[in-house]
Design a protein around this ligand. Structure first.
Ligand code: SF4
Length: 340
């Protein structure tokens, strides 16, 4: 591929212009792509909006299991036979302790995830109280993922000071019926629209490797752009034994990096988060993901473990990046070493 191809990609992305479909597909599959040149072009775009900062996120799986939905990829779904540690909503004290831990570990944002189709009025008021208290206690951004919501419920969360609402679209509308029968893609879009309508930032991600075509990956990146999604977690599917989805993807690090670059070019200003699968699929190339992506999860995912904080922070430092936090990366690393 000519040098001008990569320059053109970066310039088109930075100008906010659409990238032709044929170029998007080339990014994903052409053997002529030079990976380092592609990463360099994606980094030019990342640098304009995010510099060399990484936004670290720590998840709190506030309620695990007990879900009425049948998302085939999910260990918490009603159709799943996966052996998970099911528990109802954690006590408030435990939730506050986890928020404190996230702040002290250098997280820029604390994400609280609740299983279930949609929260009751009582539950949403409870979540709002938790958000308000956490925002009072720590200078940390808070994102919640509580399920399907209407405008009235998102207004309650917005009123409590919530920064961002997560609701993943996961895949295209066409592919959605193959991964879930209890709600629709449109139900999920409606929740994002409701959150946007009250001025909340929105976070919505994709799972790569659940039956989508390459064209559908491009379509999802375009959908997020159209919906003006602020934050896009990119998950690479990790099969969990006992779940209904039998896909066993064998992603190469190069493929994962190409996907991340595509999302950066099509969503130049968005927070692109390398999420589930970072450790498993990127392996020795993990730090290269920081060129297109500016955000990651630390301490694992909902029902799958991840690298330790110390290893993740060291990876960021070794690659020449830093973190967005009021705590210094060096101090956090020292604190981690002292605790060993
Ligand atoms: S993804 Fe969410 S809604 Fe779907 S089964 Fe899992 S916990 Fe339930």
């Amino acid at each position: 591929m000519f040098k001008s191809f990569y320059t053109q990609l970066a310039q088109t992305s930075l100008a906010g212009s659409p990238i032709p479909q044929s170029d998007c597909l080339q990014i994903l599959e052409s053997p002529d792509i030079d990976l380092l040149s592609l990463l360099g072009a994606a980094f030019e775009v990342r640098r304009k909006y995010w510099g060399k900062e990484v936004l670290v996120h720590i998840l709190n799986n506030v309620q695990n299991g007990y879900c009425s939905e049948d998302c085939h990829y999910c260990a918490q779904s009603k159709s799943s036979k996966a052996e998970i540690d099911e528990y109802p909503m954690k006590p408030d004290e435990e939730i506050f302790a986890e928020a404190k831990h996230a702040y002290e570990s250098g997280a820029f944002r604390h994400c609280m995830v609740f299983s279930g189709r949609e929260p009751s009025q009582k539950r949403i008021e409870h979540i709002a109280k938790l958000v308000k208290e956490i925002k009072n206690l720590y200078p940390i951004e808070v994102c919640v993922s509580p399920g399907l919501l209407d405008k009235e419920k998102v207004s309650i969360l917005k009123g409590a000071g919530l920064d961002r609402l997560n609701h993943n679209l996961n895949t295209t509308e066409r592919n959605y019926a193959k991964i879930c029968s209890t709600h629709t893609h449109q139900d999920r879009v409606a929740t994002l629209e409701a959150a946007k309508s009250v001025g909340l930032q929105i976070c919505s991600g994709i799972i790569i490797g659940i039956g989508e075509s390459l064209g559908e990956i491009v379509e999802m990146a375009q959908t997020f752009k159209r919906l003006q999604v602020h934050s896009i977690p990119i998950n690479f599917f990790i099969p969990i034994e006992g779940t209904a989805l039998k896909s066993t993807p064998e992603f190469t690090p190069e493929y994962c990096l190409r996907v991340l670059c595509l999302f950066r070019f099509l969503n130049p200003e968005a927070e692109i988060r390398i999420s589930a699968g970072r450790e498993l699929y990127l392996r020795s190339q993990e730090s290269l993901a920081l060129y297109p992506a500016n955000s990651l999860f630390m301490e694992g995912y909902l029902n799958v473990g991840g690298a330790s904080n110390q290893r993740t922070l060291q990876m960021i430092k070794d690659a020449g990046f830093t973190i967005k936090s009021d705590q210094s990366l060096d101090e956090l690393l020292k604190k981690g070493k002292d605790a060993l």
